[in-house]
Design a protein around this ligand. Structure first.
Ligand code: GAR
Length: 189
């Protein structure tokens, strides 16, 4: 049984979907959720799901005695970023090389990089006049949204779409695909 950690900064709806996906069976369990945001909705979700949750300062992520040690102490095999907004520091990427994945709410390599998160992504996609958007799951390297792509799925953008309605479509794709893509990536790790 693999032990997963999820890093999240916001509501945590993807974190919850992943936790529920692995709740039964013997493939994996979400053993730890870490957030950098003391007011993130993911904290309440973690409590409800009875998953240990830690709030860590930005500096803890790059400190080998901080988050890295926490992951080792909890014998974490694989790390999932689900709406995590900080750049993952090099020490964590080295420690979990090939075993950290992220979800991005657009079709990379477009609409990615520093500052492209959440509704800002959807706003930029709509303003560009693009007829499609989608989700990208990718390996994490030391740059925002540049690791190798594992999976993409697309949805149509209608003339009437707003950042909010597009976010709903994207979340639907995320809930449908992200947990199964994580399961596959785990199997290949
Ligand atoms: C998700 O749509 C995720 O793709 C996005 O944040 C949202 C988090 O929602 N991630 C990024 O923008 C990373 N650049 P959630 O907290 O409800 O899972």
């Amino acid at each position: 049984m693999k032990r997963l950690a999820i890093l999240a900064s916001g509501s945590g709806s993807n974190a919850e979907q992943i936790a529920l996906h692995f709740e039964t069976g013997d493939i994996a369990r979400v053993a730890l959720i870490i957030t950098n945001n003391p007011t993130a909705g993911v904290i309440e979700r973690a409590h409800r799901l009875a998953i240990p949750v830690k709030v860590c300062k930005k500096a803890d992520f790059s400190d080998p005695a901080g988050v890295e040690k926490m992951l080792r102490d909890e014998q974490i095999d694989f790390v999932v970023l689900a709406g995590f907004l900080l750049l993952v520091p090099e020490n964590l990427i080295r420690a979990y090389h090939g075993r950290i994945v992220n979800i991005h709410p657009a079709l990379l390599p477009q609409f990615g990089g520093k500052g492209f998160y959440g509704s800002r992504v959807h706003q930029a996609v709509i303003e560009s006049g693009s007829l499609i958007s989608g989700i990208t799951v990718h390996h994490v390297n030391e740059k925002f949204d540049e690791g190798s792509i594992i999976f993409q799925a697309a949805c149509a953008i209608d003339k009437t779409d707003t950042p909010e309605s597009l976010a709903t479509k994207i979340h639907e794709l995320e809930y449908k695909y992200f947990p199964v893509v994580v399961e596959k990536a785990l199997g290949n790790s």
